[in-house]
Design a binder for this molecule. Sequence first.
Ligand SMILES: CC(C)(COP(=O)(O)OP(=O)(O)OC[C@H]1O[C@@H](n2cnc3c(N)ncnc32)[C@H](O)[C@@H]1OP(=O)(O)O)[C@@H](O)C(=O)NCCC(=O)NCCS
Length: 361
Amino acid sequence: MTIEIIDVQVPAAWDDDSEGARRLRMLVDVRNAVVVDGWGGDESHAFSYREAWAQWQSQVGESDDLRTVALLDGVPAGRGYASRGLLEGTTIAEVDVMVLPSARRRGVGAALADDLVARMRERGATTFQAWVDHHPEPGPTMPSPTGFGEIPAASAQVALLQRYGFELEQIERASELRLAAAVPALAAHRADAEAHAAPRYRVETWEGRAPAERVASLAALHARMSTDAPSAGVEHEAEGWDAERLERYETSQLDGGRTLLRAVAVEASTGEVVAFTTLAGQGVAEPWYQHDTLVHGEHRGHRLGMAVKVANLLALAERDPGGVVRTWNAEENRPMLSVNEALGFETICQGGVWQRKESAA
Ligand SMILES: CC(C)(COP(=O)(O)OP(=O)(O)OC[C@H]1O[C@@H](n2cnc3c(N)ncnc32)[C@H](O)[C@@H]1OP(=O)(O)O)[C@@H](O)C(=O)NCCC(=O)NCCS
């Protein structure tokens, strides 16, 4: 039995006959097979080649990434991913390994992890982090050190992470909203939120790129996501956002074939964006993903979180009345969870945020 690890670079295209595009598709196939298996066969958790390609492209210059495929006796058996920030957090590396169910317990996961950790260490990483979906399973549980949430303790993932010295830092709740069931209550939520927000704030929605007059304040607000969202003991550095970074984010979604829906709250007296929320998805019959939501610290307490979320969901309902929206939130993020619970989001899985800190050499 031989395990060979090959690198996958960002190819110029995802759909041609080049070796690079072939490797991208091989990696995405492995990733999708593992994720769909983890979700009990639910294929809506798969990503398209194009989505992956656009995401990879957008990270060039922003992060130093390693993408690998493990071949077990010449056949794809696992995939590795590691990413170290280039703009901030340059000593922090995210790592993720996935092994096909048919190839487990043969050292593939450890081989992928050893390779990623060693190479990221060489590039200066001293903190390693992993974001892992922990699907419900019977048996003992492990509580979050934050005091909020717990995960199944007896899984292969937990065993592998602990073997590598990772510690659980935080638990996220993955939850899902079914629009058809939620829509009847949305009008009442909107009326209530707007009654609190008006006339000081007004809500705007759009599809695609931000209008020019909203770019500067929206970019500034994006930066606050890295400092204002609860991060427990998870090491991170404040992100700097400008118009170009906002544009790169938009490109990463639009070039992947996704539709981007935004709702913002604008302070009428200044014209500044003070709250925003984002939905991204491939379109009807595909899931929608809730990306960042944030209300500026000086503008909290006016139900702007609910106002922007409900406006975006109503905009989505016009396009995809049967849509499903997925979101991940820290279990200790009570303000955000309260909004989501009121809207009708229901828990589908727990996400563990794991970390291993090494002292700098
Ligand atoms: C976690 C995962 C990557 C392990 O892959 P794998 O190829 O089976 O792992 P390995 O064979 O290299 O095992 C390495 C070590 O992890 C631990 N381990 C892995 N699977 C285990 C299991 N089912 N039970 C107990 N320990 C396990 C053991 O310590 C093992 O070493 P050992 O075989 O010498 O006892 C795989 O189960 C997987 O892809 N799961 C779903 C995706 C995922 O959650 N990825 C994130 C993982 S952090």
